[in-house]
Design a binder for this molecule. Structure first.
Ligand code: 5GP
Ligand code: ZN
Length: 141
């Protein structure tokens, strides 16, 4: 399993720095975020050093996908949440501070006021079709 010596999450995987681990598999680790947006805010990471989703081997992503519902259910039960957000900040522009791929599981309660603003825009006439066409051309499966 690849690791990076100057990565804080790789150090948590190695046990070199402490974390409140809540689930560990061969390819996945989940632990509590030390700067929670709400109680039991959890981070789920591949046990493979990569910064971004598109750099993560499929087997690690599959393991994350498999564990996320189980982890989310346990977290929700623990804090009696009404819902949760799963999100991955990718790149500085998107707010990524730690350069090891991670998925936030953020428990939500009705009226908690988190992410109050969701600044939705509208497309101009015909624009949505043009964007969809361009993306389809860029899909590399
Ligand atoms: P990002 O902004 O990169 O998506 O989120 C990084 C998250 O990692 C932040 O929510 C931050 O609180 C958390 N974090 C940073 N350093 C540590 C650490 O050493 N231990 C734990 N448990 N969480 C950390
Ligand atoms: Zn790492």
């Amino acid at each position: 399993v690849a690791e990076s010596s100057d990565c804080i999450f790789c150090k948590i995987i190695q046990g070199d720095i402490p974390a409140e681990k809540i689930y560990e598999g061969d390819q996945v680790l989940a632990f509590l975020d030390v700067g929670p947006l709400s109680d039991c805010h959890t981070l789920v990471i591949p046990k493979f050093h990569c910064a971004r989703l598109d750099q993560c081997p499929a087997e690690f992503l599959a393991a994350i996908a498999k564990s996320l519902p189980m982890i989310a259910s346990a977290v929700v039960e623990t804090v009696d949440a009404d819902g949760y957000n799963v999100l991955s900040n990718t790149g500085r522009a998107a707010g990524q501070l730690v350069g090891h791929l991670h998925f936030h599981v953020i428990p939500r309660h009705t009226g908690d006021g988190l992410f109050k603003s969701w600044p939705a825009n509208k497309y101009k006439e015909g624009e949505i079709k043009q964007f969809a066409k361009k993306i389809r051309q860029n899909i590399q499966s």
